[in-house]
Write a protein that binds this ligand. Structure first.
Ligand SMILES: Cc1cc2nc3c(=O)[nH]c(=O)nc-3n(C[C@H](O)[C@H](O)[C@H](O)COP(=O)(O)OP(=O)(O)OC[C@H]3O[C@@H](n4cnc5c(N)ncnc54)[C@H](O)[C@@H]3O)c2cc1C
Length: 471
């Protein structure tokens, strides 16, 4: 039912409107946090000045910045459909890797050099801001700052990557001074990947996202934020007296402003985004070696493209285990297994065996380690039609904001995006006066372009495909 200046009520339980009740087990959340299922009050509060939908990286960070930098007198409630941080943030690869050149050139070609560079610079600033807050607040989340190595094992792709890299260097962006590209015989020795034809590296981070977010949740509760887990929002309608009525199966509450931070599921409450932000599944696993085996040390993170161009993101952990995922090339042809699919209770059938023997066949010196998949899981990303997140005022819905559509690439984006959005919500700052990249601004134009376009023309499955996982 469409309501003026409100949203269309989703049908709970239909695909893509709400998360499944029973996500599959995931390594990062094997040790449950005491706040996972927290409810600050038995009943929903009657009113909150700001209601945030979704307790993932976006929703929790937005609340954090509202509390730290906003108007302390404003009440905040977070309504979360499942447990806190049980969505993509609690199930991802833990790779916090700014995009230096991967897709930046595409954005430059679309909107000019500066528009592309802004994104890289924003993501690099994010990584630094994350390091700062983690150190400052002593957040125990296994954060590392190291080199991230890009590897191409396919000759033709390696050549194309070099052309892109050279174009980025020629553009003379200062941040590119941190990147280096290698070709030639030494490549395999530099990156340790068998059959590598080219590699590059730059500074990136890795972390345990669930621990990071749950630390922030604890701070938020101490600051008086009301968290209601297992409380899916099923509709938002305008209140004739001002503000909004937010409905859940546990009852209604009133909101002054609403922030939609429910990523893949955003179109359940904002149907105008149905073609802009599509739920797409990704697969990820943890590889371990048998006790007593000391495998070769890997202390860089990776994006690895195999000979057939199948991409894997790769995060080594201090305990000797490896987090690796991706494999989009393998499952892309089986569209119903991943596209417009919110079922993170099951694996992606066509890719579930891809990481068996991955270390043995990929990395030098790992052949005899006995490395094997210890845990494997899926998660649901919010894939954006044009690959950029949607942030800012929801067009034609004054008082409602969106912070969603981060693809497989939210880690180096969300922290500062949430900080800037918080300024818009609490201080009335316009998007143009924030530090956010212009291409991140949600707009009627972007909404209409996706609605008018064909699926195959978008970045998700189109020719400019950004793959189904893009950390
Ligand atoms: C397998 C996988 C691997 C990934 N690897 C990486 C990586 O290595 N690096 C990287 O940068 N990115 C990665 N990503 C992407 C990254 O995890 C996301 O971009 C990021 O976590 C998005 O955060 P979010 O808060 O917007 O979404 P989420 O964490 O999904 O949070 C949204 C929350 O909203 C809740 N919700 C939904 N609907 C409602 C409703 N109606 N009412 C109330 N609550 C609702 C959900 O339950 C969920 O908790 C990966 C994602 C996946 C799935």
């Amino acid at each position: 039912m469409a309501i003026s200046n409100g949203t269309t009520a989703p049908t709970a339980g239909t695909s893509k409107c709400l998360p499944t009740h029973t996500p599959g087990e995931c390594f990062w959340q094997t040790a449950r946090d005491e706040l996972s299922d927290h409810r600050s009050t038995e009943q929903l509060p009657e009113h909150s000045d700001i209601v945030i939908i979704g307790a993932g990286y976006a929703g929790v960070s937005a609340a954090y910045h509202l509390v730290k930098d906003g108007d302390a007198s404003k009440s905040i409630a977070i309504l979360e459909a499942r447990g806190a941080c049980s969505g993509a943030t609690g199930r991802n690869g833990g790779h916090c890797r700014p995009d230096f050149y991967g897709h930046i050139l595409t954005y430059m070609d679309r909107a000019g050099d500066r528009a592309g560079a802004e994104i890289a610079e924003f993501e690099i600033a994010n990584l630094r801001a994350l390091k700062k807050i983690i150190e400052q607040e002593k957040i125990d989340c296994d954060f590392t700052l190291a080199r991230s190595v890009d590897v191409w094992c396919n000759e033709e792709s390696a050549k194309k990557a070099k052309v892109v890299y050279d174009r980025m260097v020629a553009a003379d962006f200062e941040y590119m001074e941190d990147a280096v590209f290698y070709t030639g015989e030494q490549v395999e020795g530099i990156c340790g990947v068998k059959g590598a034809k080219a590699c590059a590296s730059f500074t990136a981070g890795t972390m345990w996202p669930f621990k990071f977010i749950m630390h922030l949740v604890k701070d938020l509760l101490a600051a008086g934020v009301n968290l209601q887990t297992h409380t899916p929002v099923t509709s938002i309608t305008s209140d004739p007296q001002g503000g909004f009525i937010v409905e859940t199966p546990r009852g209604k509450m009133h909101a002054g402003n609403v922030i939609h931070a429910n990523n893949a599921y955003v179109s359940g409450l904002l149907p105008e985004y149905a073609k802009n932000i599509i739920p797409c599944k990704g697969i990820c696993c943890r590889i371990t070696v048998p006790e007593g085996v000391t495998p070769p040390l890997l202390n860089n993170s990776y994006i690895n493209r195999a000979e057939d161009n199948t991409l894997s993101y790769f995060v080594p952990r201090a305990d000797g285990s490896i987090i690796v995922g991706g494999a989009a090339n393998v499952f892309r042809p089986h569209k119903s297994q991943w596209y417009d699919n919110v079922d993170d209770s099951v694996l992606i059938d066509s890719a579930k065996d891809y990481y068996d023997n991955y270390m043995q066949r990929t990395y030098r010196g790992w052949e005899e380690t006995g490395a094997k998949v210890d845990k494997i899981w899926t998660g649901v990303m919010g894939y954006s039609y044009d690959s950029n997140p949607h942030i800012g005022h929801v067009p034609q819905k004054e008082g409602q904001f969106i912070l969603a559509g981060f693809n497989g690439h939210g880690m180096p984006v969300i922290w500062l995006a949430a900080k800037e959005l918080a300024k818009m919500v609490s201080k009335g700052v316009s998007f143009e006066d924030t530090t956010m990249p212009r291409l991140f601004q949600t707009s009627q134009f972007r909404i209409d372009r996706a609605q008018a376009g064909r699926e195959e023309d978008g970045d998700i499955i189109g020719t400019g495909s950004f793959a189904a996982t893009r950390p």
